[in-house]
Design a protein around this ligand. Structure first.
Ligand code: NAP
Length: 284
């Protein structure tokens, strides 16, 4: 029997906790935490993501707004906006939606964000904090994966964890979080040899690859807990994960579905990061 991990339910729980925290913050400081999103250009997927973030922030009672800039915007104008947001006391979280239009460079813009307001957790100061165990802001998707593992009650200390994928936004921070919880962590990537054998040894598998239905039941132990970060389209154009759900369901101990697993957690953890940033800035 495979336990399906209901990311929608856990995300709703996180959002309710954040809403409570926002109400307390407002009572104490006379204003709600503020999330400010920078959206440059007309990328349709980005527009949808930003609208969802805006709606979710409003639903938990947060302040803030979306700063919309034309697709012709240059790096300097973005830097000027980021510096203004860094200085503004009512701004607790700054998120620059990627990709930026071709007229602007992402790296200097992301580096300019005050690490204390970097709710995506991509700034090198926050990356360093994560790997050294210091307080900081951690990328939302891997934090969401860890929260799902905690909700399941998975004992991570001493567990063999395999992270497939080594991106800066998912794989690497996921590995750091698991290591921070004393799991024995292996990170696999496109040059890894013997991926199937590594999977067979793992108690926890986090797949963040971007390859539809890559991971099969025969690769996995029956005791394995499998977190599927992938968001891909299958041959029929249907949303699917990096794990072959039909094949793996029924074969492992627990599995996140796609959609409805990791996906809903990302925005919930963004809200939590914004509340954390606000509290840390206020010295709470
Ligand atoms: P990415 O930057 O493209 O990184 C993919 C990683 O997978 C790379 O490290 C790559 O190795 C590795 N890889 C590629 N093919 C492989 C293979 N055959 N075997 C083993 N490793 C392989 O992707 P990402 O941004 O981390 O995202 C990964 C997936 O998660 C995507 O499907 C994305 O849409 C999804 N995602 C979902 C959420 C969410 O909220 N649910 C958030 C972010 C991402 P190399 O480093 O060697 O190239």
């Amino acid at each position: 029997m495979t336990r399906l991990i209901d990311g929608k339910a856990v995300a709703a729980k996180v959002r309710a906790e954040v809403a409570q925290g926002v109400a307390e913050y407002r009572a104490r400081h006379g204003r709600a935490p503020g999330l400010h999103v920078v959206l440059a250009g007309e990328d349709p997927a980005s527009a949808v993501y930003v609208r969802n973030k805006e709606r979710a922030a409003a639903e938990v009672g947060m302040a803030g707004r979306v700063h919309r800039l034309p697709s012709s915007v240059g790096t300097e104008a973005l830097l000027a906006l980021v510096r203004e947001l860094n200085q503004a006391p009512e701004v607790d979280g700054i998120l620059v939606q990627l990709p930026l239009p071709p007229s602007a460079h992402a790296e200097p813009v992301l580096l300019a964000i005050d690490p204390a307001k970097d709710v995506d957790g991509f700034h090198p100061v926050n990356v360093g904090a994560l790997w050294t165990g210091a307080p900081g802001l951690v990328p939302c998707t891997p934090r969401g994966c860890l929260r799902l593992l905690d909700e399941l009650g998975v004992e991570l200390a001493g567990a063999r964890a395999l992270v497939i994928g080594r991106s800066n936004i998912v794989g690497k921070p996921m590995a750091a979080l698991l290591l921070g919880r004393s799991a024995t962590v292996t990170v696999a990537h496109s040059r890894t040899r013997g991926l199937q054998e590594l999977c067979r040894e793992a108690d926890v598998v986090v797949a963040a690859v971007g390859r539809a239905k890559l991971v099969k039941a025969s690769w996995l132990r029956e005791e394995a807990v499998v977190i599927d970060v992938g968001m891909n389209r299958d041959e029929a154009g249907k949303l699917c994960g990096d794990v072959d759900f039909e094949d793996v369901h029924g074969h492992v101990a627990a599995l996140t579905p796609v959609p409805g697993g990791v996906g809903p957690m990302t925005i919930a953890m963004l809200l939590e990061n914004t509340l954390r940033a606000a509290r840390a800035r206020a010295g709470d």
